[in-house]
Ligand binder design. Structure first.
Ligand code: XMP
Length: 513
């Protein structure tokens, strides 16, 4: 889907913060795209980018396979901001000198600026910035001035105003850089002349127009999971084409308590979307019977999901287009036309591309998750759903250790519901980012009244995390844990022990399987 807004280009040199740079730019209401450093300068011109940001990267500019962009980019007259490796590369390609140090400058450092230029509007002369580098610029290219330095870094900021080339050794995109956001904002608005036209409401209007154009009078099918992405995609497409859209919601019986009904209520009653709910619980449970190995469970669920969806789709007449809730990080992580594959994206429960549809629409393809959420709220999707914590595609199947039975599912659903309810009722300043119960495969001895019991152990898991790649176990209050433990033992049959998981990620993962 074409974006008409003004655009900025983020050139990716393999840095871990490329997506973070893009999110900062978008938060400042400027649309941007991440592309590989291999991009052709002609493509930069034809796309009409108003500015370019070079990301950081793990390499030294002298390394054999160091990523290097085409030097003609510097002659396009488009303002460039180089960050960390991007700054060093700019220096190196334009005739400056980059040296290697034997000490790494890492963490918070004070940078001192010696001039007040437009990149530094409202920025303190002495400001804390985040550094992470070993190589450093030791001599700047002709035409550049040194504007900022730190104790260990002689060139923390250099610029050539004539050619509109700017380079900072520190990371303005990282929260620890106190004035980082101001620096990025100054680059976008003062230097690139952006107006800031990237806003949720204009996105929705443009998306609706694009969807209408692309769909015409054809019919669209969407696999609705009740997760944030597919829900927002479905409501957006519905807004554009109404009853030409049909959603299929496959209830595989592995959802949390009342979840299937709540998805149905929102989409059928609130939005009046054509919704087919497929109650395929038995089918999935039969396939999963006796299976304990986590990856085998995932595979079975993924395949069965596709089979059920295909069967339902075949029953409908003339469906030509499939709507998918792909979002920007999926696109970037799968590799764009220029980018190397950073991480191959697999979405368990997702649909293969080669289904019998002529066309695919992905209305959220250019959005980050927080943007998807804003769009969802603007479209009137309930806050609970928009801010729903992640829930794995294979659902409770990977929260029951060992084989899955309807009884175990019922036990887990109840225990999980109690835990979530008590967390929600607790007056948390900030709730943990993800929390759930796991049914372990352990049976242990207990005593209930005067009798001996031999029943299951439930584990509670709650984590704090910003990206779900690493996570810290949440220090939730003992009193809350006690309340949950008492309720689970009293209210859920066949559970006689509750434990709390105090492992962070790494070394553990968030889920138990
Ligand atoms: P882990 O357990 O790897 O989980 O630390 C990180 C995040 O991913 C979710 N997760 C999944 N999501 N399909 C999904 O759609 C899966 O198979 C899956 N496994 C884990 C998990 O809930 C956490 O948010």
């Amino acid at each position: 889907m074409e974006v008409k807004n003004e655009k900025v280009l983020i050139l990716d040199f393999g840095g871990q913060y490329s997506q973070l740079i893009a999110r900062r730019v978008r938060d400042l209401n400027v649309y941007c795209e991440i592309k590989s450093y291999k991009i052709n300068p002609e493509k930069i011109i034809s796309n009409g980018y108003k500015g370019i940001i070079f990301s950081g990267g793990p390499n030294s500019v002298y390394a054999e396979n160091a990523p290097k962009c085409n030097s003609k980019i510097f002659d396009l007259g488009i303002p460039i901001l180089g960050i960390c490796y991007g700054a060093q590369l700019m220096a190196h390609l334009l005739g400056g000198k980059v040296d290697s140090s034997n000490i790494k400058e890492y963490g918070n450092t004070t940078v001192e600026f010696n001039e007040n230029l437009s990149l530094l509007e409202n920025v303190n002369k002495k400001s804390v910035c985040w550094m992470s580098h070993t190589d450093y610029i030791s001599s700047v290219p002709e035409g550049f001035n040194i504007i900022g330095r730190t104790e260990n870094c002689p060139v923390a900021y250099m610029q050539d105003s004539k050619r509109k080339l700017y380079a900072v050794q520190f990371h303005p995109e990282v929260e620890h850089t106190k004035d980082g956001n101001k620096i990025i904002s100054n680059f976008l608005y003062n230097i690139c002349g952006c107006r800031g036209d990237w806003k949720t409401d204009s996105f929705i209007l443009d998306a609706i127009e694009n969807i209408k154009k692309q769909v015409g009078n054809k019919k669209v099918l969407c696999a609705l999971s009740g997760g944030v992405d597919s829900s927002v995609a479905a409501v957006l497409v519905h807004k554009a084409i109404g009853k030409q859209l049909t959603c299929i919601f496959v209830d595989h019986g592995l959802l949390r308590k009342d979840e299937g009904d709540s998805v149905e209520k929102i989409f059928r009653n609130q939005f009046d979307i054509n919704l087919i709910r497929v109650n395929a619980q038995e089918r999935f449970l039969n396939k999963l019977a006796g299976i304990s190995e986590p990856e085998a469970k995932r595979k079975i669920i993924g395949e069965e999901f596709i089979r059920v969806f295909e069967e339902e789709a075949k029953k409908l007449d003339n469906v030509d287009i499939l709507c998918q809730g792909t979002i920007y990080p999926d696109v970037v992580e799968s590799g764009t036309e220029e980018a190397d594959v950073i991480k191959s994206h697999h979405n368990v429960g997702g649909l293969p591309k080669n289904m019998a549809f002529c066309d695919i629409i992905e209305p959220l393809r250019n959005l980050f998750k927080d943007e998807v959420r804003k769009v969802g709220l603007d479209l009137g999707i309930p806050k609970d759903l928009v801010y729903r914590q992640p829930f794995p595609g294979p659902g409770l199947a990977i929260r029951i250790i060992g084989d899955i039975t309807p009884q175990k599912l019922d036990m887990l659903r109840e225990a999980d519901y109690i835990f979530r309810e008590e967390i929600q009722n607790w007056n948390f300043e900030k709730e943990p980012n993800q929390f759930f119960a796991v049914l372990t495969n352990i049976k242990s001895v207990g005593v209930m009244g005067d009798g001996r019991t031999y029943d299951y152990t439930v584990a509670l898991r709650a984590v704090n995390t910003s990206d779900f790649m690493t996570a810290d176990w949440a220090r939730i209050p003992y009193d809350l844990l006690e309340k949950v433990s008492i309720r689970i033992i009293n209210e859920v049959k066949n559970i006689n022990r509750v434990v709390y998981d105090i492992t962070s990620k790494p070394p553990a993962t968030i889920e138990w399987e």
